[in-house]
Design a protein around this ligand. Structure first.
Ligand SMILES: NC(=O)c1ccc[n+]([C@@H]2O[C@H](COP(=O)([O-])OP(=O)(O)OC[C@H]3O[C@@H](n4cnc5c(N)ncnc54)[C@H](OP(=O)(O)O)[C@@H]3O)[C@@H](O)[C@H]2O)c1
Length: 232
């Protein structure tokens, strides 16, 4: 692994209003980063000092386009594609085309569109990183080992996000942009549920550390929040 990145820059986090995204925003701000916290709405209790809220619905390509226009000319060191949804009704019996495609739109297409739209901003930053928050649930080799989740759309969306990570790695290599797929662990959030084992603070701390230390050599890796490799 390369030396730590050092100087705080600007980090943009999608889905920053609650859950893991909120915790990442809090921690980055606390450690001197300028945080662009994106969400569909400003959380009722607002954000801490150092956090700039920007409205963004990742499921709406026009919303991504407008965000990129608003941010034109501003360097972004780290793009965290964190926002994601699960199926309203998982399971094969309940599977419906529209609901499936909605999950793919938010969890797979949106991170690709975000990277594309903010590429000029990433190019302006020193040692930029695109961190795609994926899930072990999308791993072909490990996803079914100890996980009886039956959400086809969610699993497929994260498996496809992993492929997008690999493709983006190749496309952005010329700009020396590091691209990562990251598994945050089973985290206590609305999505992870109350039985989850990992506090959001610990997951976020680990993810920041992995992002901070990643060099171009690790670009295209699928890593856990504590830096271990996940099988694709
Ligand atoms: N929790 C876990 O155990 C776990 C495990 C593996 C992977 N992950 C991944 O970790 C990431 C964070 O998950 P989490 O546990 O924090 O989930 P969460 O508590 O359900 O929060 C999801 C966040 O995504 C936002 N979001 C959803 N759809 C959006 C849209 N169309 N536009 C903008 N924002 C949108 C939500 O905003 P609203 O408030 O507007 O809905 C919310 O801020 C996700 O990528 C998830 O797949 C989580």
């Amino acid at each position: 692994m390369a030396a730590e990145r050092g100087q705080p820059g600007t980090v943009l986090i999608t889905g920053a209003g609650r859950g893991l995204g909120r915790e990442l925003a809090r921690q980055y701000a606390r450690t001197g980063w300028h945080v662009i916290a994106c969400g569909r709405a400003l959380p009722a209790d607002g954000f801490e000092t150092g956090v700039e809220f920007q409205p963004l619905d990742v499921a709406d390509p026009a919303s991504i386009h407008v965000l990129a226009e608003r941010l034109a000319g501003r360097p972004i060191s780290v793009l965290v594609n964190n926002a994601a949804v699960r199926s309203p009704a998982p399971g094969l019996d309940a599977l419906e085309a529209k609901a499936f495609l909605d999950v793919i739109g938010a969890n797979t297409l949106a991170p690709i569109l975000m990277a594309k739209a903010l590429l000029p901003n990433l190019r302006l930053a020193a040692r930029p990183v695109v961190a795609n928050i994926s899930s072990r649930a999308g791993s072909m080799t490990e996803g079914l080992l100890d996980d009886d989740d039956d959400d086809y759309a969610y699993r497929c969306s994260k498996a496809a996000l992993n492929m997008a990570t690999v493709q983006l790695t190749r496309d952005l290599q010329v700009d020396e942009i590091v691209v990562l797929a990251l598994h945050p662990g089973w985290v206590k959030t609305d999505m992870g549920g109350p039985k989850a084992v990992l506090p959001a603070a610990k997951s976020a701390q680990g993810l920041r550390h992995v992002i901070d230390r990643a060099s171009i050599v690790e670009s295209g890796s699928f890593l856990t929040f504590d830096g271990k490799r996940v099988g694709w």
